[in-house]
Design a protein around this ligand. Structure first.
Ligand SMILES: Nc1ncnc2c1ncn2[C@@H]1O[C@H](COP(=O)(O)OP(=O)(O)O)[C@@H](O)[C@H]1O
Ligand SMILES: [Mg+2]
Length: 420
């Protein structure tokens, strides 16, 4: 695995436990209003080491001082007025997307804005912070993406923390998210080779995080967080839920369950035990989405088809059955051998027992081998999504639903208790 020269060195070893035990649990039960949030911020102790927990409770001035001291010229601390200017006051005409925690707008930086900052297009995320939780997501992104640099992670250019406003400035990714390409009707279908390339790129990003000296668990691996460069190089973005992995002899970190239904690993949902293998499960779900062109959860489908993993599993072990669930938008233009191997890999990734899931370097190796297959399915046309199983259950699986049903905002915890 190729790492950038800058070593990954977490600012603090204990940031994660503090965040979950205090800030999240307190504020999920009783989320303060914005004004209460301002009253509650306490000054940092005189101790100057940058820490997640300290920053979670600091005033914006103090946070800016700490971030500037820690990141130096690696990250730019923008003023809100500058970001307003480059996005035409966050105009809806410049809207690139919207996730669980805010809107993302396109902006243009010209060479006169900041010394040492080249003219370029950027994406500006305006976080709807609503109390400490949004602030924490913003901070997680600054701390993780500010320190991690890799060709398969989106580059964070800077941030803005002014009063109660929290913004992030990233490199602009011209082809947007994988979600838009796979599921939006207006987009042209992604060819098979491009799907494999995207899977490899995203796997490399995840492998980099897991292979760090102290592993990072991404926790929100899904198509809307995989962004695409002009040549379809995949980069992971949105580190709002990222966590430091277990240390020493610990096998997992225990956290409040956060993430996205349909992608989160079952053992994490039921126990709150988070490991890098939870990310591998989500990776398997995305592989299934690439194969089938179906979303991980689609509430508008018949019950037995709503959960992609449950529905797809019986089809993954034979080429004949697999053919029935391949994305109709591929129109048969895919490598049969490649699809079969990708399906088997996906099946391993979504194993119920986390120990049966492969590690990311192994995943990359398998996917890279798929690139060499030149066999293409001989027949073209729409593939009916039917099988012996679906017939037995009496469901008509031939209709491809257009609905986006079942999609959950990323910031929602999986436990139903939060965010009423
Ligand atoms: N750097 C970027 N370049 C282009 N589009 C982006 C960029 N960052 C985000 N987007 C778009 O905005 C959407 C939401 O961004 P994301 O960071 O996932 O927000 P959230 O934290 O609210 O989920 C993405 O799915 C994508 O469509
Ligand atoms: Mg997102």
């Amino acid at each position: 695995m190729k790492k950038q020269s800058k070593p990954w060195r977490p600012f603090t070893a204990n940031c994660c436990s503090v965040e979950d035990k205090t800030i999240f649990s307190n504020f999920s039960r009783c989320r303060p209003s914005r004004s209460e949030f301002s009253k509650d911020v306490a000054p940092l102790p005189s101790f100057r080491r940058l820490s997640f927990s300290d920053l979670s409770r600091s005033s914006s001035t103090r946070i800016n001082e700490d971030l500037a001291q820690s990141f130096g010229s690696d990250l730019h601390d923008f003023q809100l007025s500058e970001l307003r200017a480059i996005t035409q006051n966050f105009s809806s005409n410049f809207l690139l997307g919207e996730g669980g925690f805010g809107t993302v707008h396109k902006g243009y930086i010209d060479e006169n804005l900041r010394q040492g900052l080249k003219a370029q297009a950027v994406a500006v995320k305006l976080l709807d912070i609503e109390g400490l939780q949004g602030h924490r997501e913003w901070l997680a992104e600054v701390i993780f993406l500010g320190q991690l640099r890799h060709p398969h992670l989106v580059k964070l250019i800077g941030y803005c923390c002014e009063d109660e406003e929290r913004l992030l400035v990233y490199e602009f990714m011209p082809r947007g998210s994988l979600e838009n390409h796979l599921f939006k009707r207006i987009s042209i279908s992604l060819p098979w080779g491009t799907r494999v390339k995207i899977a490899i790129g995203a796997a490399k990003g995840l492998a980099f995080l897991h292979g760090a000296e102290q592993p990072v668990i991404y926790r929100d691996f899904k198509t809307s967080n995989i962004l695409l460069d002009s040549d379809f190089t995949a980069k992971l973005s949105d580190f709002g839920l990222a966590k430091m992995g277990p240390e020493g002899s610990n096998t997992h970190v225990t956290t409040r369950v956060m993430g996205t239904y349909g992608y989160a690993a079952p053992e994490y949902i039921s126990t709150g035990h988070l490991t890098t293998r939870s990310d591998v499960y989500s990776f398997g779900v995305v592989l299934l989405e690439l194969l089938t062109g179906r979303r991980s959860l689609e509430k508008a489908r018949p019950k037995s088809e709503q959960n992609l993993v449950d529905w797809a599993k019986p089809y993954l072990t034979s080429s004949r059955r697999l053919r029935c669930i391949m994305d109709p938008r591929l129109a048969g233009q895919y490598s049969v051998k490649g699809a079969k191997e990708m399906a088997l890999l996906a099946l391993q990734c979504v194993s119920l027992n986390p120990k049966d899931r492969p590690k990311m370097p192994g995943v990359i190796e398998t996917l890279e081998n798929l690139q060499h297959y030149k066999d293409m399915a001989i027949t073209c046309g729409q593939w009916p999504a039917s099988s012996p199983k679906s017939t037995r259950n009496g469901f008509s699986t031939k209709v491809r639903m257009e609905s986006k049903g079942g999609y959950h905002r990323k910031s929602s915890p999986i436990t139903p208790s939060k965010k009423a």
